[in-house]
Design a protein around this ligand. Structure first.
Ligand code: COA
Length: 352
């Protein structure tokens, strides 16, 4: 059986850099509050007239394709992870395919909706396809354009200061070299707190999960007026919401747990990790995880300071920068770990 290796990687972040100070013109917040609670100093916002989630993804994908030394036509499967798709449907996978000009119909495209865990879920799915011998060049993309859907009023400040736009992509290939590639992936989920980090409108829920909330649904049983109501729009119910403290409390337990699960499976311990790339949710969460596992600063990579939380894009962007900065060498044990909405969480161990 083959192992799966990351044969190429690329990232793209939009040009427009947005400081914490810039946000203060729209909401009651301060640079100090944001830096102290999240570590974020700047984030990037895409050009809403020229860019979309799938075009950001395509730019990262082209770099990954180039890095792998393959041509676009070699891609035999596409996996696209995002929570901020161009369209409700179809998914970004086919839009990216069109953007890349590989619409020959031979490569399938799969969309993943696992928010901050999306890239890792995609990696695990790709790993199974490669190991089984089904595909030889899988393009996995994580991309987000959060800036199009955030509440920039003071009411939405706990969410909107955190998120940024960007994209990361990898090319996954089989390898017969036993000393490299993905050693294991671990995926978990628990829907108990599904609405505590969520964007629930528009949706088909019809108020089912949240009876006490007035969504402004009409009394008459009219089909078609339940997905989006005028009341939802007027009341600003189209934005993501987050119970920050609950997310924090769960994240700092699940991150170390799922990292340890992977390490134990391969007979390793935290001291064997050469580089941990945690999902860039919040610098405080990463620091907590680092302390809990007893890792040195040089064993953990963070770049949330520059890009904010880019959800499905955060792990490939961080991995790409860690590589560019020479922080990962051949033979290193690299650990990826994620936690996010759902809740969903997971980890991967890769021998580089
Ligand atoms: N600027 C200024 N004040 C803000 C603010 C902002 N951007 N956002 C919230 N506040 C205020 C709140 O309104 C609250 O005010 P009050 O005390 O007058 O009611 C106060 O700050 C504390 O709010 P709280 O939500 O308790 O803050 P916190 O210490 O939990 O920090 C988060 C908020 C969001 C930074 C923190 O909970 C967190 O990082 N959670 C995890 C989020 C995350 O990682 N999400 C992504 C998961 S993939």
């Amino acid at each position: 059986m083959y192992r799966t290796k990351i044969a190429g990687i690329g990232m793209y972040v939009p040009e427009k850099e947005v400081s914490n100070e810039w946000l203060t013109q729209y909401m009651d917040t301060t640079n100090e509050w944001i830096v102290e609670r999240t570590g974020i100093e700047t984030r990037r916002y895409a050009d809403k007239h020229k860019e979309t989630t799938s075009t950001l993804g395509a730019k990262a994908a082209l770099k990954a394709i180039d890095d792998a030394g393959i041509s676009k036509e070699d891609i035999d499967f596409i996996i696209f992870a995002t929570l901020s798709p161009d369209y409700y449907f179809p998914g970004c996978g086919v839009l990216l395919q069109r953007e890349l000009g590989i619409t020959h119909g031979e490569a399938g495209a799969l969309d993943i909706r696992n928010q901050c865990s999306g890239f890792l879920y995609g990696l695990s799915v790709a790993d199974q396809f490669i190991k089984s011998g089904m595909y030889k060049n899988i393009l996995l993309v994580g991309a987000e354009m959060h800036s199009m859907g955030l509440d920039f009023s003071t009411e939405g400040r706990n969410v909107s200061v955190i998120f940024g736009d960007g994209a990361g992509a990898v090319i996954l290939q089989p390898t017969e070299n036993e000393n490299e590639g993905i050693l294991t992936t671990k995926l978990h989920s628990d829907g108990t707190h599904a609405e505590e980090l969520a964007m629930i409108n528009p949706g088909s829920h019809g108020g089912y999960h949240l009876h006490e909330v007035d969504f402004g649904f009409p009394d008459e049983d009219l089909p078609g007026e339940i997905f989006v109501t005028q009341h939802m729009l007027d009341a600003g119910m189209m934005y993501p919401n987050m119970n920050g403290q609950l997310v924090f409390k769960n994240a700092v337990v699940k991150f170390p747990e799922v990292i340890m699960e992977a390490l134990i499976e391969v007979g390793a311990s935290p001291s064997d990790i050469d580089m941990l790339i945690p999902h860039q949710a919040n610098l405080r969460i990463s620091q907590f995880v680092q302390r809990k596992l007893g890792l040195r600063d040089d064993q953990v990579f963070n770049n949330i300071q520059k890009y904010g939380n880019t959800t499905a894009a955060s792990v490939p962007i961080a991995l790409c920068e860690a590589l560019k900065e020479g922080k990962i060498k051949s033979g290193d044990l690299v650990c990826l770990a994620v936690f996010g909405s759902g809740f969903t969480w997971g980890s991967a161990l890769i021998r580089w």
